[in-house]
Design a protein around this ligand. Structure first.
Ligand code: ADP
Ligand code: MG
Length: 649
């Protein structure tokens, strides 16, 4: 065996990359360990695979593991694995040159820049795996032996543009990479990477689900035990224990039938920090031009922060079992922010950054599939597990409804699984399909009323004629309802119509005609009174007219078809938006005794000041009935008191 040491020059591009690494382009240096562990895990996978076809390797690959070894005195950290290893040629090829086209592109980009400083998020997209060791080490030594070969190779570099190669010995196949750590008090070292807890935390964070045990020898002080098994005081001795740092529980990689309900629940609690069990577990495998697996959960309870502004999403992204990021916004739309879980891609780069994710076609395709899968799961649940589904709806329906206007592609499917209160639901929620099924013959619109609470909308005067004539009206009381109901053109050919907007035309053509004529007649009768009342309420309303929607109440307020509802107005104001005040229309019930009484007053004395007070009372009543605040509550209550003691004329 020759003992010659060969010195090689790195390829020019590698040199530049090393230079960058030494001057640390990443703000997060901890990731070097994630990179090395992922390489070791790949090497163990490769060995497992090669064993299938190469009988010579049968003996190799027992006890697959990754071992972290710390030498505090020498300030080194070594990562051992007993994976496939590398031959001398492979070392030159894989470690000495940059083969990946992405990295080449990156280097060209660097060269074309006048300054060396690139924003970290741009750097993030390029695979720089092995070289990231030079962020924390000033010298790296690697000893590696290819499975099936007897000769090992020693590679070493100080990151200075050259590396050395020599023959070496290694008992088993695999690779050991020793980092000669930069002093931990030096300016550009963040952590002491020879510290047990630092390493444990980094492994837990990034590599917990790596499928092989990541082990480390740790020192523990242990007392001796007496005959009864009790510790003997003062007998403490230092012992070395080999512990496994990762849980390896990537349960999404195991066959579905192997994982128990309890394991899913435990995993859910681990990633979601929720105490409750999930309502539904969803497994998913994407195959084809790219591969990914997903394990998703629908929680049983809404978290406190569901409506906070920051819009956190519950999906963690992994690449080949290695943790990449939390709260991955590009994998789930905002309206599915309640879904928790993990997505594990086989093809993405470990270094993919948030900025790059946004434009990544694969990520977009995965997102699309996840959304479809969640919707189809919910659709099935609605059909076969209605009780659970209604539980889900109670917790997350308000959020899911945001999708009706945000996600046009799935609008129809989302409407299909939405539930609503209605005037004929008798406390039970109904679907749009239920509504369609009992529409009256000739009814060509879906009637709805929006408002703040179920109590106020249920008692709203706007419903009177619809109730009397047996037309069902959806009662929409979530703020989000205001928005989606205006964005949906139709559901199965029927448009949505607010019963508080426009004129109320219900019934068949004949009924409508008769109604219209009767109203016209009354309008002639009351014309000058209506004009007088309008003059009194000029500041408050844009029109005073007779109503065909009231059968009991004297008055109500309605909007023109394109007007904003008062709820919408309040919502926008709450979001600090400028909203022009929309004046509404005061509608009066021509058949109410108040009307004939007012007419008498008006005929007797057209300038009777009491007319102004009555106009205000009718307006105030209409506001109260729909749950809107009174602009002058004191005036309203004074007028009521006057009425009660009979001092109004
Ligand atoms: P990547 O992992 O994206 O290919 P790296 O820079 O991390 O890029 O590694 C470069 C190559 O070096 C790997 O593709 C692999 O062939 C080889 N390599 C690195 N570490 C090991 C290891 N522990 N065992 C075997 N081969 C390794
Ligand atoms: Mg790698």
């Amino acid at each position: 065996m020759s003992q010659t040491v060969e010195r090689h020059e790195f390829q020019a591009e590698t040199k530049e990359l090393l230079e960058l690494m030494i001057h640390s382009i990443y703000s997060n240096k901890d990731i070097f360990l994630r990179e090395l562990i992922s390489n070791s895990s790949d090497a163990l996978d490769k060995l497992k695979f090669e064993k299938l076809t190469n009988p010579d390797l049968a003996a190799a690959g027992e006890d697959s593991h990754i071992l972290l070894e710390v030498d505090k005195a020498a300030s080194t950290l070594t990562i051992h694995d007993n994976g496939i290893g590398m031959s001398r040629e492979e070392v030159v090829q894989h470690i000495g040159t940059i083969a990946k086209s992405g990295t080449k592109e990156f280097m060209t980009m660097m060269k074309n820049r006048e300054q060396q400083a690139l924003p970290p998020e741009l750097i993030g997209q390029f695979g720089v795996g092995f070289y990231s060791t030079f962020m924390v080490a000033d010298k790296v030594t690697m000893v590696t032996r290819r499975a099936g070969e007897t000769q090992a190779t020693r590679w070493e570099s100080g990151g200075d543009g050259t590396y050395t190669l020599e023959e070496a010995k290694r008992d088993t196949q695999g690779t050991s990479i020793t980092l000669h750590l930069k002093p931990s008090d030096s300016e550009d070292a963040l952590h002491d990477y020879a510290d047990e807890w630092t390493l444990r935390n980094i492994v837990k964070k990034y590599s917990d689900f790596v499928a092989y045990p990541i082990q480390m020898d740790v020192e523990r002080k242990k007392p001796e035990l007496d005959a009864e098994g009790k510790p003997v005081e003062g007998s403490e001795k230092t012992v070395i224990e080999r512990i496994t740092l990762n849980s390896m529980k990537a349960i999404w990689t195991r066959p579905e039938s192997d994982v128990t309900e309890e394991e899913y629940q435990e995993f859910y609690k681990h990633i979601s920090h929720d105490w409750n069990n999930p309502l539904k577990t969803i497994r998913m495998k994407i195959e084809g031009t790219f591969e990914a697996q997903a394990l998703l959960f629908i929680p049983s309870k809404a978290p406190m922060d569901l409506f906070y502004q920051d819009g956190k999403r519950g999906i963690q992204l992994y690449v080949k079992r290695v943790f990449i990021m939390d709260d991955c916004k590009d994998l789930m739309p905002l309206y599915m922010r309640f879904v928790k879980g993990v997505v594990d891609s086989e093809d993405l780069s470990l270094n993919i950054s948030r900025e790059i994710l946004q434009q990544n076609r694969q990520i977009q395709a995965i997102k699309k599939r996840l959304v479809k899968k969640v919707i189809s799961t919910l659709t099935d649940m609605r059909r076969t597990e209605k009780e659970d589904y209604l539980k889900f709806w109670g917790e997350f329906g308000r959020v899911l409804k945001e999708g009706i206007y945000e996600d046009h592609e799935n609008q129809e499917a989302l409407l299909d699984i939405s539930f609503f209160h209605s005037t004929r639901g008798e406390g039970e929620l109904i679907t749009l399909r239920d509504y369609m099924d009992r529409m009256k013959p000739g009814q060509d619109q879906i009637y709805y009323l929006t408002g703040d609470t179920l109590k106020t909308v249920e008692n709203s005067p706007h419903l009177e004629v619809f109730r009397d004539k047996g037309y069902e009206v959806l009662l929409l009381t979530d703020p989000v309802d205001e928005i989606w109901v205006q964005s949906v053109m139709e559901f199965e050919g029927k448009s949505f119509q607010s019963v508080a907007k426009g004129t109320a035309e219900v019934g068949d053509a004949e009924e409508k005609k008769a109604e219209e004529e009767a109203l016209k007649e009354k309008e002639q009768q009351y014309q000058s009174l209506l004009e007088c009342l309008k003059a009194k309420l000029d500041e408050q309303v844009k029109e005073v007219r007779l109503s065909s929607r009231l059968t009991q109440s004297p008055s109500c307020l309605v909007g023109s078809p394109s007007d904003m509802t008062p709820q919408m107005e309040m919502m926008l104001k709450a979001m600090n938006q400028e909203v022009p005040k929309t004046k509404r229309i005061l509608e009066l019930n021509p058949n109410h005794p108040i009307m004939s009484r007012l007419q008498e007053l008006y005929s007797a004395k057209a300038d009777d000041p009491a007319l102004g007070d009555y106009a205000y009372l009718l307006y105030g009543q209409a506001l109260l009935a729909e749950g809107s605040p009174l602009p002058e509550p004191a005036r309203f209550s004074r007028l009521i008191s006057n009425l009660m003691v009979g001092t109004m004329q």
